[in-house]
Design a protein around this ligand. Structure first.
Ligand code: SF4
Length: 231
């Protein structure tokens, strides 16, 4: 499968924030978010074709139990199940990070599902008019419902990237469409790739979380390392 990078770092987002983890970043995505912080795995996918066995060996070398399969969009990779099976055989805890627009019946200890809101629209860019295709694909309710009920997923979190308080209208409408989502599985995270923007947005977003019962999500890796590749 096409891999942009494999590295050890600290999980910066979600329920497992702070947990030392190996990140396997697959390359290629069916979306084009305007604020994507990994364009080398989406807009301009880089990487090398890497065998599943090579990836498992790399994880063994890094000697960490938690593995995060991220992207890009890992669910477009046909060998994903094979990789997960191999990683489980060596005792790994698996998190899959996905935008929730493509379904594969994969096993995971934690599915981190991050539906992309209207604020992710790329507008018109020099790399072609992706806006219409992105907007058509970014929310897929039947796929999100499958993630919500999949028996092979042990735990799940619904992670929303928020740029403005008005995003709450779309988030709450989506949650109502899905039904039966526990509020403490919903994480609202400020969008931003620098401390100043994150802090400004965190101030009002934390108040919204307190008032509505959602979790607040930080971006610890940005605070620790800045917006740098391989972290
Ligand atoms: S879904 Fe993720 S990887 Fe794909 S364009 Fe959006 S932010 Fe980037």
């Amino acid at each position: 499968m096409k891999i942009a990078e494999v590295f050890a770092s600290i999980q910066g987002e979600g329920k497992l924030t702070g947990v030392p983890s190996v990140f396997i970043r697959t390359s290629g995505c069916n979306l084009r978010c305007g604020w994507c912080d990994t364009p080398y795995a989406s807009w301009r996918p880089e990487g090398t074709d890497t065998a599943v066995n090579e990836l498992i060996d790399r994880v063994k070398q890094l000697s960490l139990r938690h593995v995060v399969l991220t992207g890009g969009e890992p669910l477009i990779q046909q060998e994903l199940s094979q990789l997960i099976t191999g990683l489980k055989q060596i005792g790994c805890h698996i998190t899959i990070e996905t935008a929730g627009t493509i379904w594969q019946d994969v096993a995971a200890d934690l599915a981190s599902i991050s539906p992309k809101l209207a604020n992710s629209s790329p507008g018109v860019s020099a790399e072609g008019n992706w806006a219409a295709l992105h907007d058509e694909r970014r929310i897929n309710i039947p796929v999100l419902q499958r993630f919500a009920g999949a028996p092979r997923i042990a735990d799940r979190q619904w992670k929303f990237v928020v740029t403005n308080p008005s995003d709450m209208v779309e988030i709450e409408s989506l949650m109502a469409s899905l039904g039966n989502i526990r509020r403490d599985d919903v994480i609202l995270m400020p969008e931003g790739i620098d401390d100043k923007t994150l802090h400004e947005r965190a101030v009002w977003l934390a108040d919204i979380c307190r008032d509505k019962g959602y979790r607040f999500g930080s971006r610890l890796h940005i605070w620790l390392y800045g917006n740098r590749r391989g972290t």
